[in-house]
Design a protein. Structure first.
Length: 431
């Protein structure tokens, strides 16, 4: 236990002095294992981790979904999704903000990244809301919060990483994310309705769209719907694996972008370079986390945590609430992927030993990460919005997202209290 605590403190200290998190975790894990078992076992463990991570077939799902998301972004599908949502709810008070949330959910269903969703929808939705006189607080807060849906509604990069690290079925994780995703969308729209009821000037009504306009907007999103149903339907139907689905999705997104004449040789090269850079970053963090996880596994921390819970007869629900609080606090200061990979080796064995389903816990993890993405002071989505809207004060964006932080906390409470919301879809699909 002492070695594990010292290792955690050393890793956090390195991170505080701006050593990249991947190097922090990998270095501490390597030196910690060296200290406990010797240099040769430590080198063998690190070498094996790097080799297995680089050549593991199932990990190819990560770059393929990233590539799919980049093609989707360049194809301009976000505009069609926002236009459809605009025609459906734009005439309500706060309707354009609700349309932004719905468009974020739709874009997240074919992108899988919260940061990409927030960045794309900032460019698409914010100008329309400002044109109709929406307040900066509501506009920026809605986009930052709606962007988090990109990692909850499948396919989700975070779910893929969690599934690979914990050896949990990725298809089940994707299926489990549907109802929580819809619940989050509904409650976010309810929050917007409440805010605009309290402050009518924040979200004026837009013009009412005709049914002909709605039909035209619906026809424009057929390619998005088709791509989603092919990828998700194939995975859920057992036609192909998640890795094969990611490959088919990437190829389908490429074909759609090509058909829309959104690709040139230069743009294609930029997409490939950006996808490679993002993949390299994720794999560096993953390898560092696995090396650090191997070190923690040789300490007594996982077993000590189990013994502590057992000896004091702490209820499993209380333990889960405490874990959620820890994750939310970490999310205010750490990047989400690093946070997950750092804590999973500690918390996952404890959670499983208490009888919780790994699929259920995976969705809970994603939700607390969503809260962290919009929690001050280091909410990643808020700074993405800020970078694209430099004229806005950071305090304005913070005030705008806080109601949605409370909304996501309410969603988290519902999912902890009623686990069936998460598990019903995988059970119905008999996955």
């Amino acid at each position: 236990m002492t070695e594990a605590i010292l290792g955690l403190l050393a890793m956090l200290s390195l991170s505080l002095i701006r050593v990249p998190i991947a190097i922090s975790m990998g270095l501490v894990g390597f030196l910690g294992l060296w200290w406990m078992r010797g240099v040769m076992p430590s080198m063998a463990s690190a070498t094996s981790t790097v080799y297995e991570s680089g050549f593991q077939y199932t990990l190819s799902v990560v770059p393929l979904f990233i590539l799919m998301g980049n093609f989707v972004t360049r194809a301009g599908m976000s505009k069609e999704l926002y236009r459809l949502a605009y025609t459906l709810v734009g005439h309500f008070r706060g309707g354009l903000a609700m349309a932004s949330v719905m468009a974020c959910a739709g874009f997240g269903a074919i992108c899988g990244s919260s940061i990409a969703t927030a960045a794309t929808m900032t460019k698409v939705a914010y100008p329309s809301m400002r044109e109709h006189g929406y307040s900066d607080e509501l506009a920026a807060g809605t986009i930052a919060a709606g962007g988090t849906l990109g990692i909850l509604i499948p396919p989700s990069t975070i779910m893929v990483i969690y599934g690979l690290v914990t050896e949990t079925n990725i298809g089940k994780l994707f299926a489990a994310g549907f109802l929580p995703g819809l619940l989050a969308v509904v409650l976010m729209c309810a929050t917007i309705s409440f805010l605009t009821w309290r402050h009518p000037s924040w979200g004026p009504r837009a013009e009412h769209s005709s049914w002909a306009e709605r039909w035209d907007a619906f026809k424009d999103v057929w390619s998005v719907a088709l791509l989603f149903f092919i990828v998700m339907g194939g995975i859920y139907g057992g036609v192909f694996t998640a890795t094969e689905g990611a490959g088919i999705g990437a190829f389908g997104a490429f074909c759609i972008a090509l058909a829309r004449k959104a690709l040139t040789w230069r743009v294609t090269l930029e997409i490939l370079i950006d996808s490679s850079r993002t993949t390299g970053m994720l794999f560096m963090i993953l390898v560092g986390a696995l090396v650090f996880g191997n070190f923690l596994n040789f300490t007594s921390m996982p077993n000590d945590l189990k013994a502590f819970v057992t000896s004091y007869q702490i209820s499993p629900t209380s333990v889960m609430v405490a874990i959620c609080v820890i994750y939310i606090l970490l999310g205010t200061a750490m990047e989400e992927l690093s946070m997950i990979l750092l804590t999973i080796p500690v918390f996952f064995p404890l959670v499983v030993s208490l009888g919780f389903d790994p699929v259920w816990f995976g969705v809970i993890i994603v939700l607390v990460v969503m809260i962290g993405l919009i929690s001050p002071p280091v909410g990643m989505n808020m700074f993405v919005v800020k970078s694209l809207l430099p004229h806005l004060d950071t305090s304005t964006i913070f005030r705008g997202v806080m109601p949605f932080v409370y909304t996501l906390v309410a969603v988290l409470a519902l999912l902890v209290a009623f686990p069936s919301i998460i598990m019903i879809v995988p059970q119905l699909l008999k996955m």
